[in-house]
Design a protein around this ligand. Structure first.
Ligand SMILES: C[S@@+](CC[C@H](N)C(=O)[O-])C[C@H]1O[C@@H](n2cnc3c(N)ncnc32)[C@H](O)[C@@H]1O
Length: 367
């Protein structure tokens, strides 16, 4: 464990001020009115810190969901173990067969915050003062789990922001902006990236838990993987995104394909990417059914389950506009089968599919 767990802040760096103990709220910087606040949850234990601005913090503290105790959730199914994985450090490996759609694990974050935070200029990523202050009042167990997480950041970044940035996953707290917040999890943050992942991470705001579900059958001994980036980009762009934001070179099977197969894979992903740009276009051009099927086949050949479902949804929109209603209805039904396996109820795409259903019923003369 990192020795800095016990030396989080030197006294002269401590700018915090405790505002209340029930709920446990700490102002990060008593010198500045606009400074963010630290809220420790659940109220009696402080397993997690929620960082936010004063305008939101009392509202967040009063959310009824904090009354749901961890014990009220199904126990760990032991579907996986955390093990060393060749070339990737630790990762999650399936202990048994996991069916497509199965909830593999869910947990609350240790740290939750808006993606963009303002701190005073003397609190930088290099000295980590702000983030160290946030960790100070966490329970000993949460601090231990946090400091055990991997840090991929260079040494000019303090280890606390380094660990946070290495391990953060999006928290969908604001429906209009699914990446407005980020969180860091003791176990879910151990899941490695793959450009052809077999699992999907999502965030359930009703329970305030990150969830990982299998997108396809995972066999015992196989690694459980998610994606950290957009998968409809060619290899060069995926690698660039991962190395710039996450400081590692992806060593997955798709990235390691021989040149000719890699070029074929890139061409398929670019086809999917171009097609996905039609999603929010008001008057898209008509795409003939055989071309729609080609894009779908590309997603199938790349084994990109989520993109396959997205192509079905966007394809159904095109088919609806250009009056292939029966096929459109079939595609929406199929897309829903996929999305409802690996997305939380009320997710962005499930809501879009509800809208599509409503349009189809109206076009068929129903209500
Ligand atoms: C969020 S952590 C995942 C857990 C981490 N492997 C550990 O040991 O705790 C992200 C780090 O895992 C490693 N990693 C994840 N996916 C990888 C991949 N596809 N190829 C190589 N390294 C990977 C990188 O070191 C990356 O910085």
């Amino acid at each position: 464990m990192n020795s800095q767990v016990t030396t989080l802040l030197h006294p002269e760096q401590d700018t915090t001020e405790t505002l209340s103990l029930h709920p446990h709220i700490v102002r990060s910087d008593k010198r500045w009115d606009g400074a963010p606040y630290f809220l420790y949850l659940p109220h009696e234990r402080g397993d997690m810190v929620f960082v936010d601005y004063s305008i939101n913090i009392n509202n967040i503290a009063s959310w009824p969901l904090w009354q749901i105790r961890s014990e009220d959730f199904p126990r760990d199914s032991k579907a996986f173990s955390v093990e060393r994985v060749q070339g990737k450090g630790l990762g999650l490996v399936a202990n048994r067969m996991i069916a497509a759609g199965e909830l593999i694990y869910s947990e609350r974050p240790i740290y939750a915050a808006p993606r963009i935070l303002s701190c005073p200029p003397d609190q930088t990523d290099a000295n980590g003062i702000f983030f160290r202050a946030a960790m100070k009042e966490l329970s000993t167990e949460s601090r231990r789990k946090f400091f055990e997480l991997h840090n991929a950041y260079p040494s000019d970044v303090d280890c606390v922001p380094g660990i946070l940035n290495t391990n953060c996953l999006p928290l969908c707290i604001d429906a209009s902006n699914p990446i407005s917040h980020v969180g860091c999890f003791p176990t879910l943050s151990r899941i490695n990236h793959d450009c052809c992942p077999n699992a999907k991470y999502s965030f359930n705001l009703t329970t305030f838990r990150g969830e990982v579900r299998a997108m396809r059958l995972i066999r015992a001994g196989q690694e459980i993987t998610i994606t950290y980036t957009h998968l409809d980009q060619p290899r060069r762009e995926r690698q660039r995104a991962l190395s710039q934001a996450r400081f590692f070179t992806c060593a997955c099977k798709t990235c390691s394909l021989p040149l000719d197969r890699r070029n074929e894979s890139d061409a398929r992903r670019e086809r999917i990417q171009t097609f996905k740009q039609l999603e929010d276009v008001d008057f898209p051009p008509r795409i003939p059914l055989d071309q729609l099927n080609q894009v779908l086949a590309s997603a199938g050949e790349e084994a990109l389950v989520e993109d396959y479902a997205i192509v079905l949804l966007i394809g159904s929109q095109n088919l609806t506009i250009y009056d292939d209603l029966d096929i459109a209805i079939g595609w929406v039904r199929k897309a829903r089968e996929y999305f409802s396996k690996f997305e939380c109820e009320g997710s962005y795409y499930l809501r879009k599919l509800d809208d599509a259903d409503r349009v189809h019923r109206r076009m068929q003369g129903g209500t």
